[in-house]
Design a protein around this ligand. Structure first.
Ligand SMILES: [Zn+2]
Length: 102
């Protein structure tokens, strides 16, 4: 996170505002996931809590309708959180049905 903070501090105000907007709209995690999948980097940390995970991760999820992706999780809570996030994004994409409650 320190490195990310440095990166953000170095960005012009307009870019920081864009990142803020993406973060609020929930786009940032999707962009990161897509980028990771593009890079085809071996996943070394849980996407939810950043705990180290390897090939022996207790929970592995294959997902994606167009591009098949794989995510490893260190705990059931993280998998659940990830699925909820995924579902929220999917709902958002298919017509803004969900109303944000907080
Ligand atoms: Zn985790």
């Amino acid at each position: 996170m320190n490195r990310l903070a440095e990166l953000i501090r170095a960005l012009p105000a307009a870019d920081v505002q864009l990142i803020q907007k993406d973060l609020e709209e929930g786009n940032l995690s999707r962009v990161l996931r897509e980028r990771l999948s593009e890079l085809e980097m071996p996943q070394k940390v849980c996407p939810v809590c950043n705990a180290p995970v390897g090939d022996d991760a207790p929970f592995v999820l294959y997902f994606g309708e167009i591009v098949r992706k794989k995510a490893r999780f260190d705990a059931m809570d993280c998998l659940r959180f990830f699925l909820n996030d995924l579902e929220a994004e999917k709902g958002k994409r298919s017509g803004e049905r969900r109303v944000r409650s907080g």
